[in-house]
Design a protein around this ligand. Sequence first.
Ligand SMILES: [Zn+2]
Length: 66
Amino acid sequence: MPNPVKRHSKTRRNQRRANDFLKSPSLSLCPQCNEPKLPHRICPTCETYKGREYRKAEKNAWHYKE
Ligand SMILES: [Zn+2]
């Protein structure tokens, strides 16, 4: 049976466990095109939010998340 040869440090143990509690991002459906999108974000498919359109000119805006 394989056994650990050396004890791992606390750092290594914590680094291994760092990903154990990740949650997948919650998704909401776009009211415009019914595609899944992040809540409170512009829809990546139809580029609308709250009925307004946000085209490429505003892709660098602070609220735009790819
Ligand atoms: Zn959409």
